[in-house]
Write a new protein. Structure first.
Length: 385
């Protein structure tokens, strides 16, 4: 179980505590009972977005003037933690509110923000961000999707893959080359509204090792006409810088979910080993079990302290790319290691789908890949050494 003296940051307020209780109740009641069904159907119910919006959970850290909750990043952290606490990987709310909405807030004009953010906050619009392509992973400078300006519209051509919320998204931030002769300086971000977008097509809902309930899709853009005013930023060519500026927060969100999920897995496992018996005694009574769990508890406590410090830095606008990369890489590595240990301690039952530990184990693997692979995180960290 998380240490109560270490799991609450210095930024905690009574209002934030009340918000946490509201979020906890929502995820316990609206998500936890449906996890198996969502895994089978491959996506969450569309009405879940509207319910979360009505509860104020979707854009908790966006100003009230744009329909958000008016909180700071700590509110976004609470949403990520409470969702992870019930081991719900199906709902793409943290990407929607903690990542996509902040691209619009940071780089959108006032008209753009008033047009899109309130409908994202209510759940009327589901959002996604399309960066990765079939031929490129973390190398965003090498994307092949193009956006050619014709009059008052960009003509968008290309394909994207591994897009979270891709099957349900009605608003998609797309990274494209407005100048294909350039690398980083040729990248721009365009906002695509899918309703009535001729030439836009959703590919298959990709089958994955884990995250079975989260729709992850291929998207195709074939001559899609995007209004010129849907460009994010004052001019073309700012997209790569915009992406880099937001990555520290994105990677911290991944780390926050990793720590909360690991704490939940440890709690499940402690309960199991204290009840399950072998050779006439509880599994917990074997020294190996106690020592392994003692090591795991120490490591997740260290991860919790690190994430809390990173949150404080972000709130102070001091979280740099190096530290964000450290948090993402180390916490997700530990998440997978500890979840694998916990599955082992469940024995054969841990391999059965009916036990939550099996889903947690499958879902933990991708944490080391998305948001930038952990190898890329180490490469980034090494540049500051």
């Amino acid at each position: 179980m998380p240490n109560p003296h270490l799991s609450v940051g210095a930024y905690e307020t009574n209002e934030l505590a009340l918000f946490r209780q509201s979020a906890r109740t929502f995820f316990e009641q609206e998500c936890k009972p449906h996890l198996t069904r969502w895994d089978e159907q491959g996506f969450v119910d569309r009405e879940l977005w509207n319910k979360a919006g009505a509860q104020g959970l979707l854009l908790a850290s966006i100003p009230e003037e744009y329909g958000g909750g008016g909180g700071n990043f700590a509110y976004e952290k609470v949403v990520a933690e409470e969702q992870a606490r019930v081991l719900c990987s199906a709902f793409g709310a943290t990407l929607h509110g903690g990542i996509v909405a902040h691209y619009l807030l940071a780089y959108g004009g006032d008209a753009q923000k008033r047009r899109w953010l309130p409908r994202m906050a209510s759940g009327e619009l589901v959002s996604a961000i399309a960066m990765t392509e079939p031929g490129t992973g973390s190398d965003l400078q090498a994307i092949a999707t193009t956006a050619r300006l014709e009059g008052e519209h960009y003509v968008l051509d290309g394909s994207k893959t591994f897009v979270t919320n891709g099957q349900q998204a009605e608003l998609i931030v797309v990274a494209a080359k407005t100048d294909p002769t350039q690398k980083a300086s040729g990248v721009s971000l365009l906002v695509v509204e899918t309703a009535g977008a001729h030439g836009f097509r959703r590919g298959q809902n990709l089958r994955k090792i884990g995250l079975h309930g989260q729709d992850t899709s291929e998207l195709f853009f074939e001559g899609v006409r995007v209004p010129r005013e849907n460009l994010l930023g004052a001019r073309e060519g700012l997209g790569f810088v915009q992406l880099m500026e937001q990555l520290a927060q994105e990677r911290l969100i991944v780390a926050i979910g990793a720590v909360a999920a690991t704490e939940a897995v440890l709690a499940l496992t402690l309960d199991y080993v204290k009840q399950r018996k072998a050779f006439g005694k509880r599994i917990f009574d074997f020294q190996n079990t106690r020592f392994k769990l003692a090591e795991a508890q120490t490591e997740v406590t260290l991860a919790r302290v690190f994430v809390e410090r990173c949150t404080e830095l972000l709130l102070e606008k001091k979280l740099d790319a190096q530290t964000g990369a450290m948090a993402k890489y180390w916490t997700t590595d530990k998440q997978f290691e500890i979840t694998d240990l916990c599955l082992q301690l469940h024995g054969g039952y841990g391999y059965m789908d009916e036990y939550p530990i099996s889903r947690a184990w499958r879902d933990s693997r991708v944490q080391r890949i998305y948001g930038g692979t952990n190898e890329i995180m180490k490469e980034l960290i090494s540049r500051f050494l």
